[in-house]
Design a protein around this ligand. Sequence first.
Ligand code: ATP
Length: 879
Amino acid sequence: MAFVDNKASSSKTSQGQGQGQRPKGRGGKGKPAQPRLKSNQAKRNKIDEELKELQIKVDSWIPPAEISVFNELPLSSRTLKGLKSSHFLNPTPIQQLAIPPALRGQDLLGSAKTGSGKTLAFLIPMLERLYLDKWGPMDGLGAVVISPTRELAVQTFNQLRDIGKYHNFSAGLVIGGKPLKEEQERLGRMNILIATPGRLLQHLDSTVGFESSGVKVLVLDEADRLLDLGFLPALRAIIGHFSPGTQLPGTKPNCQTLLFSATQTKDLASLAKLSLYQPEYINCNKAGEEGVVPSNLEQFYAVVGLERKLDTLWGFVKSHLKMKGIVFVTSGKQVRFIFETFRRLHPGLPLMHLHGKQKQPTRLSIFQKYSTSKHALLICTDVAARGLDFPAVDWVIQLDCPDDVDTYIHRIGRTARYQAGGHALTFLCPSEEEGMLNRWKEKMIEVKKIKIKESKMGNLKQQMQNFAFREPEIKYLGQRAFISYMKAVHIQKDKSVFKLSDLPAEAFAESMGLPGAPQIKFAEQKAAKVRGGTKKDVEPEAEAVEEIEERAVVGSDEESDAENDEDEEGDATESEEDEEGQDLEDSEESEASGSESETSSVAKPNSAPAVRTKYDRMFERKNQSILTPHYTALVSREDGEDDEDNDDVFTLARKDHALSGDEGSDADNDELVKAVEGKADTSSKAARGDAEPLVSVEDLSKRKQKALISKKNKLKNGPLGEKLIFDEETGESRNFYETGKDLESTFANEQKRQEFLAAQRERMKIANEVDKAVAREKKMELKRKRKEREKEARQEMMSDDEEGGPVAYLGGGDDDGVPYSDDERSIMNDSPSPEPERRDSKKRKNKFKNDVDSDENKDKGGALEDDEALALRLLQSSS
Ligand SMILES: Nc1ncnc2c1ncn2[C@@H]1O[C@H](COP(=O)(O)OP(=O)(O)OP(=O)(O)O)[C@@H](O)[C@H]1O
């Protein structure tokens, strides 16, 4: 099997034996080709035999009571060999149940708990279907697996490579992150593709010659995740490409579709309806029996105040230095904050971090590095929650409460995979406990409560404050992490679990080393909706925001990756340099959110300290030293593009940080100018009884007052220069730099504007006519000159003719191709000259013909003959 990912180039390693394959005789020098051909033929016959038998087995399959080894399933020797060499000997329940119907070509909706081997449950039948169909390298694309994330696609690709190494298919990885063109060139050579949906759709829509109509098997892996990430429209389009028959109800599509997921949702059911034809439902998640979580997993939860989470995590890490653990938090900003601060604290366990805003190669290298690590702590977002198969993870720690039970199941599924054991620990804020317990109960999930002793917790507050004090980047990163967490809690759908108002914002900020909780303000109308609306009203909106948020946080997929690559940050090892830029950008945004705003919290305004120490001032100081003009310029862009923080739900309370050029700032300035003028002319206005200015200067900050004074000075220091221009037609003058007011008066009303436009149109029309006339005249002149030149040339030619030169007639020839004799020429030359203008070659030829045929010439010819006869007689007589 030839495997090609989007880094390597394609190469076929072996010849196919199937229908579409063209076995070549490889008899080299001195080697007779005949025996080789014979042995190939024998091989093909053997394979045909095996395929026949296999097909019969598949068609007449009656599931035995128990299957203990893969050999008992109707599988080809090649696949069995691949499985054996990869140490897969005993099929898991989902594999036993899903493989036989999938081999018969049936559509499937398969769900089984995490780590139960769903990947092989679709890879094996996919390989077998192509093999049974005698698919060969020349047959083009035969199967496609769609994965929600690049990491998962890579993992699936690796597993396919392991078990498919004895087959003759070429397989490729299409996950983006590389120029489209490079991938396009390789696509035509693939039999199997593992792809992320956006990139695949891009190729289906734009790659010339990418033949999708022959696809036999389509797999949607982690289908629930695909839907969560908002890929439904992309999936619809992809399904439409591969099996157009699904559009017409009741028609069996050419392409078999297999849908796999660890959890079942309503959306998944509707996707199944859309994409599956008379499917077989295989559900290994029998609630109550074995539960929906792996049985060899121990689950715990601990109630920890938001402000003690970091301390508790630190304590846990310090007491489990030999573990391989994963810590899940809500947002990428939190990942980075915890990673950066813990790194500085040297826990004694290798730290790694993974989130959706990292560059693709970084994500993949962290994924590989963590996979191969024995002891390490991976801090990550839900980008790593589903499907990823990190071997031998001991602990899954959910520092932040999962969005819902499905997310909980996926997160804990990173441990206790296949037959391994594992532990899961979830931290719940006191306000989240009751709601989450109910949710677990609904799904019959039992999670034991544990109490963490105070003595086992760390005490990081002081160190966090030091970091934030010494390194502004850390402080701003902390602020962003705080904001992103609070926002995420606010937009959570399940309000019985997530209660923003119950969270101790101030204490939480303090635990992160921040001098105060950054202020976040809700947009009025949205807040009203959330508070007053029914669940139905609120949910779609919340859902939409959540989707954007999740996409931004997770950023897991190809289409956004291509765009995000520039903004993304570096890997674990290079994190410091790589993330500097990001930190600075973050810092800038925090700057925008304002150090002033740090003094008030989300829940309640935080009053400024009565006595401001140097320490307080340091915290409040703006981060000017670290902000280059480049980053200052980026602020406006960042504000507009920010991944997580700029949804409609939130606005920042502070508004006085608008950059020049912002509408807001213009409005501000207008106001300010009015204010200054108001102050300057107070007395005169008062005398005139004019209205008071909107804002008084005393109300303004010192910075604004300063800015105003300098503006005012500018205005006072002499009038601005004037430049007049004069209208060509009317001779009237007007200011070259027309102000808005001038323009307004010019176009005072619509009628005037229309008149002006009509006049301009008329002018344009006339100008156009004039231009056309000039062009016409020029053309005529050129034509006239050309004719004159031609005439002169003809006259020259005629004078040559009259001089008796032969040139004009040579090569003319008669119709019979016999050249004219000298006599004939002489006859022509002797003939009277025709009118000069008639002497073109054709006429000359006709004339010549006429002349030759004339009686006169005949007579002349006859005289010649007589002369010749006479001369002959004389010669004869003389001899
Ligand atoms: N038959 C088998 N024998 C031994 N190991 C297996 C078998 N099937 C799968 N595995 C191993 O079990 C682990 C989990 O498999 P896999 O990733 O397919 O699970 P999954 O059900 O897809 O999990 P998730 O829902 O989390 O994606 C992998 O390491 C895989 O190699």
